[in-house]
Ligand binder design. Structure first.
Ligand code: GTP
Ligand code: SPV
Ligand code: MN
Length: 608
């Protein structure tokens, strides 16, 4: 079809859209999905408000008490649609080998045929929203543009908070064809637009399919989080990781924070922790050490490119937080609580009798009564949690009291340190510095973490999650490791220092040894000072660890034996883990970089 006739079909009131590739894509989507009508998102405040109102009118959402939580809604999803579905996530590269052993693979043409069948008429009776979005500040050389369609109003509403949406994005795109194409349907057509609907329509059959070579995403059946907000994990990590490999940059599952010392000197750190392992908390922490200041740049995703001075510069591709609600409180993360005081979307949390929200550990004392996330009456001690463990808040980043003034700087911020971390109740010490970029890449490649509720599946199971990218790397993990090593060669001595942290070590009493949260600022201070070379480190077989007296513990109430335990690597346990690490490496076959195998051999030798 010609661009002109595509324009005639899909444009409606949007007569100023001239990008032929966008018009053709949207017409293809219209012909396939057969929606009742098309809404082009302009990104305006009015549009956001009308999306909220629509969700309330159709029963998907309810307004929270405006005196408690102005302009905010509560959404409760279908109990079968509450988290990312990793076993339904596919990387459809031409060659199976490019997807590697950590991804589900399907042949692209076959997957497209499957999706075409599922997509055929899937939006009948519904509106198709066309959402042009930018991951990153508009026009930033580090940013990227996508255009997605969706039949769930929750998606454009959430995308309004999480990304830059609308006309301004199309202006930046101009007539370029360089955008990621995303098609999303909840897979619940209506006989006609007036038919009665359920609050959270979705489909028991789910597919989250990625086509890295053609930069396309097709998602069916789920309306939740990373399954449906295609800018986030699908584009900004799975597709972007492939672009980053091809173009020589990094797309990572990392927070970005700015730390300023009492002399006013600032550094930027990026940190990769697996889902629900503390990125949002660390990104907004309030330091307990006097004179130090932490500010937020981002809490989930980080794109880094080399700047003109040869350093790595990072942007936060997002404009909002989609944060884990349970466990978030004024004492654990005051800045997150303040970020969601208004203009927020809450999903799968509990509703209090005064029309506000609640979740486990939000307050010291639970409410005496609430409506749980499944809309049932709830009382403390009834045996069920009030909020789903993966309940989330969606809040504008600009509302965070400690958002750094430069968080939207199109040139990004220079990264001094990259921090890896996971949930390890044993073995891994509080903080370790890598001896080199190569050793740091090795530490990232052997990262493991106990599973959380962010993905469907068994909780608590230990799994290798290299660089916190296991569910998000859009290509062969062995090639991804090689790409990291390559980046290190390219950046040379301008590359960030690499560290490995663990807030989750437990002692004999199965309690956390380290108080965590704000107290993590002590570790950040050590990292800052290591970057400047002003504090000493001690060599251990695992890496460099704080020399006696270099970790600032002033005013910290911690048992000295707990401290000794949390700071030390358990060499015996580490040694016992080596065969598992070797097995992990073996799964990557020929693509496993020999440099990292050499690092493993060297570690084995050091352990004796
Ligand atoms: P995604 O949004 O899923 O990518 O996750 P995230 O890494 O941003 O997770 P988040 O910061 O929301 O992590 C929340 C979980 O980590 C909660 O269970 C917190 O209680 C826990 N947590 C965060 N920081 C700490 C810490 O320093 N110590 C301990 N013990 N728990 C922590
Ligand atoms: C994660 O699971 O790492 C998240 C939430 O940040 S989601 O957007 O659903 O992927
Ligand atoms: Mn995440």
């Amino acid at each position: 079809m010609s661009a002109a006739s595509a324009a005639a079909m899909v444009q409606g009131s949007k007569s100023k859209i001239t990008n032929a590739a966008v018009l053709t894509f949207v017409e293809e989507a219209r012909a396939l999905f057969k929606p009742e009508d098309i809404h082009w998102c302009d990104g305006s405040k009015d549009e956001y408000q009308s999306l909220l109102k629509l969700m309330v009118d159709c029963g998907t959402a309810m307004w929270l008490n405006p005196e408690k939580r102005p302009n905010s809604i509560l959404v409760r999803s279908d109990p079968a649609d509450v988290a990312r579905v990793e076993d339904r996530t596919f990387i459809c590269s031409k060659s199976k080998d490019d997807a590697g052993p950590t991804n589900n693979w399907a042949e692209p043409a076959e997957m497209k045929a499957t999706m075409a069948k599922l997509f055929d008429g899937a939006m009948r009776g519904r509106t198709m929203y066309v959402i042009p979005y930018s991951m990153g500040p508009l026009g930033s050389p580090i940013a990227g543009i996508g255009v997605m369609v969706s039949d769930s109003p929750y998606v454009p509403a959430s995308m309004h908070i999480m990304t830059r949406v609308g006309d301004a994005v199309l202006d930046v795109l101009g007539d370029s064809e360089d955008f990621v194409r995303g098609m999303h349907s909840i897979g619940a057509p209506l006989p006609d637009p007036t038919s009665t609907d359920v609050p959270w329509p979705c489909n028991p059959e789910k597919y989250i399919a990625h086509f890295p070579e053609t930069r396309e995403i097709m998602s069916f059946g789920s309306g939740y989080g990373g399954n449906a907000l295609l800018g986030k994990k699908c584009h900004a990590l799975r597709i972007a990781s492939v672009q980053a490999r091809d173009e020589g940059w990094l797309a990572e599952h990392m927070l970005i924070l700015k730390l300023t010392n009492p002399e006013g000197k600032s550094k930027y750190f990026a940190a990769a922790f697996p889902s629900a392992c503390g990125k949002t908390n660390l990104a907004m922490l309030i330091p307990t050490i006097p004179g130090w200041k932490a500010e937020t740049i981002g809490d989930d995703i980080c794109w880094m490119k080399f700047g003109p001075d040869g350093r790595l510069y990072a942007i936060n591709p997002e404009t909002g937080f989609f944060g884990v609600a349970p466990g978030t409180s004024k004492s654990s993360n005051l800045n997150a609580m303040k970020s969601m005081e208004e203009n927020a979307i809450f999903t799968n949390v509990a509703l209090t009798d005064d029309g506000d929200i609640w979740w486990e550990e939000m307050t010291k004392n639970p409410p005496t009564h609430a409506i749980d996330w499944r809309r049932r009456s709830w009382k403390p001690g009834c045996g069920r949690t009030a909020a789903h463990p993966n309940a989330r808040f969606t809040a504008p980043a600009g509302q965070c009291p400690v958002i750094a003034p430069e968080w939207e700087d199109p040139k990004g911020v220079p990264i001094s340190a990259i921090i890896f971390g996971g949930r390890r109740s044993t073995v891994v010490p509080l903080v370790t510095q890598a001896m080199s970029w190569r050793h740091g890449t090795f530490l990232g490649s052997i990262m493991a973490s106990e599973k959380t509720a962010a993905a469907a599946g068994k909780i608590g199971e230990l799994r290798r999650d290299p660089m916190a990218m296991l569910p998000f790397c859009g290509y062969h993990m062995g090639d991804y490791f090689a790409h990291w090593l390559h980046m290190g060669e390219k950046g040379g001595d301008k590359m960030p220092e690499i560290f490995y942290v663990n807030w989750f070590r437990k002692g004999a009493k199965r309690k956390f040894l380290w108080p965590g949260y704000s107290e993590n600022s002590r570790v950040l201070k050590w990292i800052f000072e290591r970057c400047d070379g002003t504090v000493e480190a001690e060599e251990t077989p695992f890496g460099l660890q704080p020399a006696e007296g270099t970790l600032d513990l002033e005013g910290l109430d911690i048992d000295s034996s707990d401290l000794a335990e949390v700071l030390s690597v358990n060499l015996e346990f580490l040694k016992a883990e080596l065969p598992m690490i070797r097995q992990h490496f073996e799964t990557f076959g020929d693509k496993m970089p020999k440099e990292l195998v050499e690092e493993l051999d060297a570690l084995e030798k050091r352990l004796g």
